[in-house]
Design a protein around this ligand. Sequence first.
Ligand code: NI
Length: 316
Amino acid sequence: MEVKEKPIEVVFEKETEEQPTKRMRRRGVRRLAVGILAVLLLGIGIFGIYGTVRFERRRADLAKTIAAQSETIAALQKELEQQKAENDALQNEVKRKNEQMDALRENREPKVALTFDDGPGIHTERLLDALKTYHAKATFFLIGKNAARYPQLMKRMEAEGHAVGNHTYGHRNLTRLSAGGIGDELDKCNAVFEQTLGHPAALLRTPGGSHNGTVRGVAEQKGMPVIGWSVDTRDWESRDAEKILEVAFGKNGIKDGSIVLMHDIYETSVEAAEAIIKRLHDEGYTFLTVPELLAERKDEVAAGKVYDSAYPPAKG
Ligand code: NI
């Protein structure tokens, strides 16, 4: 019994001694694996966070760079536009100087007719003062309704040699009226002329420059030529003296024989007109009324006919 029991115990003892070491080893391996895995995961996590932070930083840097570059591009574009504008202005200047040289060679004095519509108004007096300073004559196309409020200005215009024309009574688009309606608009304005100056207007400028056969027919009946323009300063639109000057002396700007359209009811227009008068005076221009300019350059001026400019006769 003893002999038999012993080996069993030994085997049992052997097994019980061996099993803990194996388990411990396995546990050790498992712990190691878990440890390595944990370290790995931690590493990946840290790397991930680090990567994200770096990525975000780079993205922010890139965004900054892009913003800076776009600013540079915008600044360059602005500079380019400015240089282009300066270049255009210089080219126009050269063109003007060449025209002046031509006029000098031909012993011809450049002439211009400045016209002012829609007044009189609160800035008209300042304009009349500027014209007087330069001995410049202009043409005023008055709205009857406004003219009735400023009889003294109307009288001053005529007394100082300016031409005063009919711009209708209520500034309505004449092409939308019947012949009778057109006649009323012209007659009501002329009634103000009669009352203040003792005679009707000798010229017509239609509101917006709009006319058709009916309008021209009525103008003919009333004995008035229809006066347009060749330089539109767009002063009513920009209300900016600098921009008005840019147009006046721009590509299709004022030259010998131009009829220039402005509006003396805006302060910016009068401000621009002062600068225009000074510059043209310095360039040797003479300022004439529309009838004076047409009389010099046209063989005849007829009622109901349209006149937009009075350029000198072609050479040759
Ligand atoms: Ni008008």
